[in-house]
Design a protein around this ligand. Structure first.
Ligand code: FES
Ligand SMILES: [Fe+2]
Length: 345
């Protein structure tokens, strides 16, 4: 079950070059392409002539040309050229999807086109502020339901176990972290503080902390599938908890999960560092450390998915650390139920 009336990330802007890009989104084959003037579009990846994937074709003047018999489709999915004939049948078109290029993303809308309001796209202004925030991004395919990755981000008690060698630290410090959760207009947010705690390996390597730190983690889930993270640390007792986070080690991470199928998704993540912003190596090293961390999540979630596919979910038990995650799931389930109710009317 997917929430259809929502914006999802189809691709990073630099993934879409002069070649078409095939994606499966909400279980539909989609092809993205940029026309000769650079405008990006998304249409169904199946030619209305003989069903061939249009992603096998190429971008030509006027649109995307099917690689089988050469029909050309524009960004609205309309056939604009058929080799050897002048008349284009009325039914010669493929579905098109609203697509918006913003903050380095290509956002796609798979639901009712009339409801596709760009004002509902998550704002990520730091992707436009290279002076303040360094930027690296990537996309990682995961063989797991996308909500398992959102679950993972909404329960950070896994850090001490899954990420021992990277961003983890002492498990009990994660379990005992001071935690505040609140409902927002479009989701759920939480803040965690780990005061006077030993810095994890990634932090030490990136920033050179010598003693203990006051470490914060702010996470905001924006329904259905974005998580905005602001994390950092300062030497313990230097005022971070009281609100002075200046000159600390800090970074923002954008996590965007796009469902491919019921058991696979694409994980779009971006690392924006708020220290050594203009140091290319520091940016690269930090992004690499995150990539290694996210592979740790991917490995766990893929194995989890294998068991859930085999045994279902009715037998699972919730524990105290699931509180925020469950709150997120309640909001998600309400949104899904609302959409299904509307669709049934
Ligand atoms: S299948 Fe696309 S033009 Fe024939
Ligand atoms: Fe994780």
């Amino acid at each position: 079950m997917f929430i259809r009336n929502a914006w999802y990330i189809a691709a990073w802007d630099d993934e879409l070059t002069d070649k078409p890009l095939a994606r499966r989104i909400l279980n539909e084959p989609v092809v993205l392409f940029r026309d000769k003037s650079g405008n990006a579009s998304a249409i169904a990846d199946r030619c209305c002539h003989r069903g061939t994937p249009l992603s096998l074709g190429e971008v030509v003047e006027g649109g995307l040309q099917c690689g089988y018999h050469g029909m050309v489709f524009d960004g609205a999915g309309k056939c604009v050229h058929i080799p050897g004939q002048d008349k284009i049948p009325d039914r010669a078109f493929v579905p098109a999807y609203p697509l918006v290029e913003r903050d380095r993303f290509l956002w796609i809308w798979m639901g009712e086109a009339a409801k596709a309001d760009p004002a509902r796209i998550v704002d990520v202004p730091w992707h436009r502020d290279a002076a303040r925030w360094g930027h690296r991004h990537a996309v990682m395919p995961i063989k797991g339901h996308y909500m398992l990755m959102i679950d993972n981000l909404m329960d950070l008690t896994h850090l001490g176990y899954v990420h021992k060698r990277t961003v983890g630290g002492n498990p009990s410090q994660h379990v005992d972290a001071k935690m505040e959760t609140s409902r927002t207009q479009n989701g759920v947010r939480f803040t965690r503080w780990m005061l006077n705690s030993p810095p994890p390996p990634t932090y030490k390597a990136a920033y050179g902390f010598k003693g203990t730190v006051d470490r914060w983690q702010e996470f905001e889930w924006v329904a259905p599938s974005s998580v905005l993270q602001w994390t950092g640390a300062k030497d313990a007792g230097q005022g971070a908890y009281e609100g002075n986070r200046e000159d600390g080690f800090e970074f923002k991470i954008f996590h965007g999960l796009t469902p491919e199928t019921e058991t696979s998704c694409l994980y779009f993540w971006a690392a924006s560092i708020g220290f050594k912003q203009h140091d290319a190596k520091a940016n690269d090293d930090f992004a690499e450390a995150l990539r290694v961390t996210f592979i740790e999540d991917k490995d766990i979630v893929e194995e989890q998915q294998r068991r859930l596919s085999e045994f279902g979910e009715d037998w699972l038990v919730n524990i105290v650390s699931d509180g925020t995650r469950m709150q997120m799931r309640r909001v998600f389930n309400d949104l899904l139920a609302d959409e299904q109710k509307l669709a049934a009317e």
